[in-house]
Write a protein that binds this ligand. Structure first.
Ligand SMILES: Nc1ncnc2c1ncn2[C@@H]1O[C@H](COP(=O)(O)OP(=O)(O)OP(=O)(O)O)[C@@H](O)[C@H]1O
Ligand SMILES: [Mg+2]
Length: 309
């Protein structure tokens, strides 16, 4: 695989001095899907905007398909499709014309067969002659995708494509992304939904306060995040963990009234049966059993805390 997008030490300070990007380095391989996760205000949209030429970087470099965005912007930008976070469409324009116009903006010859394919793929063909203002919110999001695809980009940025859309449309979007990947399009998306990243991304990047905290293969990351905790609440507190229960994965809860067992949800055997039989053999009486899984927010909080420390 070859590198299609290379970001080196990219910094952005907004007017007034706020440093939204603090030296971002990221290489993206042709054909991969990378999900950028990060809390509100992390700098995800700023990063995408800088790559797409909407925001002027303060320093650093970005090249797309070997074209530097500073010195060779037009060539770089032609390779890029952008689905922005905010819906900004001309309300009185017809769907089909909006999409045709986007292609024209890149100086590409009209191609109604392609526009038809795109609109059909996005289930917008029936609405092609409707004005934008006659569409639902989810349909408008699809129009944004159709517009971004109209000039046949090789790299597609999707900035929170499924924020506020229903489950069905979200799944549709995932299928569309999978189709585009099959066509060899490289996809960079931001999302606040972990299931979304899990469903479609090859790699996950976590960004907070303008810095990339982690870039990791999804499967490796999911394995780490797949950890679950089982809290066995006891009817009487313990002073210490009984010898028979001692292991790396079992610890005593804060006030001794529970046992906390960490296990991997992806393992074939979780070890819960054995734990419960060991607990019974020890003569301990259970009051309740609770399971917890670390959420994306938990992971962010942990990462961001570590970052601040
Ligand atoms: N035009 C601007 N002028 C000044 N500050 C800005 C501007 N645009 C963004 N910022 C600031 O830069 C930081 C990063 O914003 P950005 O929109 O990139 O975050 P984000 O990660 O996309 O967040 P969200 O998940 O909410 O979309 C924020 O603190 C924001 O207030
Ligand atoms: Mg954003």
């Amino acid at each position: 695989m070859s590198t299609i997008l290379e970001i080196r030490d990219l910094k952005k300070s907004y007017d007034g001095g706020f440093e939204a990007l603090k030296g971002v380095n990221l290489s993206i391989e042709e054909g991969e899907i990378i999900a950028l996760l990060g809390p509100n205000g992390a700098g995800k949209t700023t990063l995408i905007s800088a790559i797409c030429g909407i925001v002027m970087p303060t320093s650093g470099s970005v090249s797309v398909g070997g074209h530097d965005i500073g010195t060779d912007f037009r060539a770089a930008r032609t390779l890029i499709g952008l689905v922005p976070q905010e819906v900004a469409l001309e309300p009185f324009e017809k769907v089909i014309n909006t999409v045709r116009f986007s292609r024209g903006l890149f100086g590409k010859r009209g191609d109604d067969a392609l526009i038809e394919t795109i609109l059909k793929r996005l289930s917008l063909w029936d609405k092609r002659n409707n004005q934008i203002k006659e569409l639902s919110g989810g349909m408008k999001r699809r129009v944004l995708i159709a517009k971004a695809l109209a000039h046949e980009p090789r790299v597609l940025f999707l900035d929170e494509p499924t924020a506020g859309v229903d489950v069905e449309l979200r799944k549709d979007m995932w299928d569309i992304v999978a189709d585009l990947k099959a066509d060899g399009v490289t996809i960079i998306l931001t999302t606040h939904y972990i299931e979304e990243a899990e469903a479609i991304a090859d790699r996950i990047g976590v960004i907070a306060k303008g810095e990339i905290l982690l870039v990791e293969d999804k499967d490796a990351l999911m394995l780490r995040m797949g950890k679950k905790e089982l809290e066995v609440q006891l009817s009487a507190p313990l002073d210490a963990l009984p010898a028979s229960l001692q292991s790396d994965t079992v610890r005593l809860g804060p006030d001794g009234s529970s046992l906390i067992y960490t296990y991997d949800t992806r393992a074939e055997r979780t070890g819960i049966t054995k734990l419960l039989s060991d607990v019974a053999a020890e003569g301990l009486v259970l009051r309740d059993v609770v399971t917890r899984q670390s959420s994306l927010e938990d992971i962010f909080v942990t990462l961001v805390k570590e970052d601040a420390a």
